[in-house]
Design a protein around this ligand. Sequence first.
Ligand SMILES: Cc1cc2nc3c(=O)[nH]c(=O)nc-3n(C[C@H](O)[C@H](O)[C@H](O)COP(=O)(O)OP(=O)(O)OC[C@H]3O[C@@H](n4cnc5c(N)ncnc54)[C@H](O)[C@@H]3O)c2cc1C
Length: 415
Amino acid sequence: MDLNYPAEAETFRVEIRQWLEDNLPDGWFDEGFELSPAARAAFNEQWTKTLFEGGWICATWPTEYGGKGLSTMEAVVLNEEFAKAGAPMRADFFGDTLVGPTILQWGTEEQKQFFLPKILSGEIAWCQGFSEPDAGSDLANLNTKAVLDGDEWVINGQKIWTTQGFVADYIFILCRTDPEASKHKGISYLLAPMKQPGVEVRPIEQVDGSAEFCEVFFTDARCPKDNVVGGLNNGWNVAMTTLGFERGTSATTGYRRFEKELDIIIAAAKANGAIDDPLIRQRIAWAHSNIQIMRVNGLRSLTAVVQNRKDPSITALGLTNKMFWSEYHQRVMELAMDVLGMESQLLTGDTSREEAVPGYGLRTANPKYPASPLQSSFFFSRSETIWGGTAQIQRNIVGERFLGLAKEPKVEAKK
Ligand SMILES: Cc1cc2nc3c(=O)[nH]c(=O)nc-3n(C[C@H](O)[C@H](O)[C@H](O)COP(=O)(O)OP(=O)(O)OC[C@H]3O[C@@H](n4cnc5c(N)ncnc54)[C@H](O)[C@@H]3O)c2cc1C
């Protein structure tokens, strides 16, 4: 592992820092800086435009599609400086992180020209249509069908757990396009418009009153024939690329949210005296060590990328990364609830102003269930070992594809 950044990376760092100082609101770096909800909404809107003009949204994308063509090292420095400044790096998770990079890798020239600039400008919002009631971990079991009718695909079926389905303009959706083919073949990856009569979106309300997930029903919904990504019946391979992006995380900055969160937990422990409990102190030390492991592993992965090395240990880090941080997070949030003690049972979130939930940005507590930032983080952590493929499935992948263990027996569902 090389702990030194090349000289040109440090020059770029200075450029980014200067840009942030020039463009963030006055007072941003001062202790106790706060924006009212209205001022924050105005800032967010303007900030997206400023970032877009600066070319910092998806800045690694090639210049011909509106990116800046940054190298990996430059992208790392960019992420680090934004994270240090606490400046939002607009990430429409589904567009910037999942479908955009997938289109870059697999899309036709027409798809790149049409979709990528609209992802950068925020003109198109996306959702992910993979899971179905009978196809979660066993994704290849999906049943939603698309049948060609002239110049359009006609889609029928149901998706579930579709995050942001109610705001999305487009869905990247897996459909069975060859029912005769075996399970993993005969699937295509389509880019289908959401705002049309054949698409019905039903949000699912959760315990805290929020409803970010949806059920989405397709009844003769239409999708242009040319919106197949990566070729007809090749959707499984394309989907694996998207899932790879979903399970990956920014190697050198991923640990920072946990560092900030642990500071909040330690402050709470000092405030209520829990810090005097030796077992609590031991668990805090455990959390600190794990954050350092994530930091160092990030640097190991970065060194390998920069030196173009493909050691087995680096592959292993990539495969175990999401499992490691998501399971860490559940344990540390249990620690946070123990630190709060009986107070963790009271909903103490502020419904009048935004509070920072590390890793999830600023949130105003939902009046129906006003969870505090630590309580919200506790709830979020429960879902992190599930989305993007569960921790158990990750272990199967490590066992079968990396350690070469025997494949798990497949049990065919009874028809
Ligand atoms: C916060 C969140 C957001 C999500 N957003 C989206 C989205 O936008 N779009 C989308 O398409 N999906 C989304 N999902 C769905 C997610 O991808 C699925 O929940 C996940 O793939 C698991 O599928 P399942 O819920 O059907 O669980 P199941 O597959 O039924 O699994 C149930 C349990 O059995 C275990 N299990 C299953 N098979 C095996 C096996 N072979 N070996 C060992 N253990 C096994 C699992 O690990 C799990 O513990 C989201 C989920 C969450 C929690």
